[in-house]
Ligand binder design. Structure first.
Ligand SMILES: Nc1ncnc2c1ncn2[C@@H]1O[C@H](COP(=O)(O)OP(=O)(O)OP(=O)(O)O)[C@@H](O)[C@H]1O
Ligand SMILES: [Mg+2]
Length: 408
């Protein structure tokens, strides 16, 4: 039997952890999903680990689900990372072209990218991604792929994404304690964009927004590559919290209210509709008008899109985004959100689901799965480019050991 290659990824979100196992093949997307494991998130707030033991157990639970459904036990995984400690800037690097008459080689590109990373980073920050945006070979500007081009001097403009080292190390420790070494960390909104953007959108200029539970991650793509990234600390949990506060409801009741009856556009909701809900403990039931619910959600949505407009302005690329906004992440499911985004940002907007999947895809047909699917796409592409490198050792994970701990 031919040997099959598999890849495990874990998207660690503020509301859920989603682990997937992909088997690499020669389909268009490059893999079939053969394992899915999901666990409610714990110990992760606003995209960052805040409680190591809780986050570890959520990651482990998701990994076990993926391992049981796929029958594959892996000791290594690609993880997503998120949160406001992520920041980005554009940098330049240069390298001499070593054998000018043979043209630019991959080594020259790597050297130019290395020199781009030689920036003054505070000691508590680490580089997460270095994404080449475009190259210059001697006087030839705006080069997309310099390989083989003749010249003496290679320059690169790159997008550098950095993260707090402590935030990164905490996540790596959780993964390691849950039984996997981290082969790669990927900024979650970048992974989400990977799963949902079309090549045409990336080329034209687009803002991908991953609206999760705790944070909304923004990635601006121009000429096919990421040029700007940032994180806004507003997500679906804030929408739910607003409902809980305004109508004096327990968080879980407010969450159900949002998911079952929520709308971001009050005019779309009939005035007479009333929702009858259980209150706190033995308090009397609470009756709320569905239109009032929509008013509250609309206020939060408008605020979120105002913040997104500010980020687009801060990027300096507002004139280069004809493809508008692509919304994904679980909170993008709120009915009326697209219309609200369109009205506030005055740009085209679509809500995007992961595309082109095969295998165990039922649980993945939701914008909430975009980051996890994007991690698989990322990993598949990187594996084709170079073998996975193990960056951080993990403890060997034994399913039997873990089950034993659970049993009385
Ligand atoms: N039908 C729906 N309508 C409105 N909101 C929804 C719906 N379904 C899910 N959500 C919201 O989506 C959010 C979770 O999204 P997602 O799973 O993408 O977040 P996450 O990855 O766990 O968190 P983060 O990326 O912020 O760390 C929750 O706040 C949830 O209430
Ligand atoms: Mg997420």
């Amino acid at each position: 039997m031919p040997e099959t290659k598999t890849l495990t990824v874990v998207d660690v979100g503020s509301t859920k952890v989603l682990a997937l196992v992909g088997e690499l093949d020669d389909s268009e997307i490059g893999f079939t999903v053969i394992g899915v494991g999901r666990a409610p998130s714990q110990g992760v707030r606003r995209g960052q680990v805040v409680n190591l033991a809780q986050a570890t157990s959520a990651i482990r639970e998701a990994l076990i689900g993926a391992q049981i459904s796929s029958g594959v036990r892996q000791t290594e995984a690609i993880l997503s990372i998120n949160g406001a400690s992520v920041s980005s800037r554009n940098v330049n690097g240069t390298a001499p072209i070593s054998r000018g008459y043979q043209g630019v080689t991959q080594q020259d590109v790597n050297r130019a990218l290395e020199s781009a990373q030689a920036v003054n980073l505070p000691s508590d920050r680490d580089i997460l991604h270095v994404i080449p945006r475009r190259f210059r070979v001697d006087d030839q500007d705006g080069v997309r792929n310099p390989l083989g081009m003749l010249g003496f001097r290679l320059e690169v403009e790159a997008h550098l994404i950095t993260i707090s080292e402590v935030v990164e190390q905490n996540l790596i420790k959780c993964a390691s304690d849950a039984g996997v070494a981290v082969s790669e960390l990927v900024f979650a909104p970048l992974a989400a964009a990977e799963a949902v953007l079309t090549p045409a959108e990336r080329e034209m200029g687009v803002v991908a927004v991953d609206i999760g539970g705790g944070v909304s991650g923004i990635t601006i793509f121009i000429e096919g590559e990421a040029w700007y990234t940032s994180v806004i600390e507003v997500g679906g949990i804030h929408f739910t919290n607003d409902l809980a506060q305004v109508f004096s409801l327990p968080f879980e009741t407010a969450e159900r209210l949002k998911i079952d009856f929520g709308h971001a556009n009050p005019n779309e909701v009939p005035v007479e509709q009333i929702c009858d809900l259980a209150g706190f403990g033995d308090e009397p039931r609470v009756r709320v008008r569905r239109r009032d619910v929509a008013e509250v959600l609309n206020a939060r949505a408008e605020e979120l899109f105002e913040l997104i407009i500010n980020e687009i302005a801060r990027s300096g690329y507002d004139g280069l985004l004809p493809a508008g906004l692509v919304l994904t992440g679980g909170a993008a499911l709120l009915p009326g959100l697209r219309e609200c985004a369109r009205r506030i940002t005055e740009r085209p907007v679509r809500v995007a689901y992961p595309q082109g999947l095969h295998g165990l895809v039922d649980a993945l047909q939701t914008p909430a799965a975009s980051s996890a699917v994007g991690l698989l796409r990322w990993g598949t592409r990187e594996l084709a480019r170079r073998p996975a490198r193990k960056r951080y050792p993990g403890e060997h994970f034994s399913l039997r050991e873990w089950l034993r701990k659970l049993l009385p």
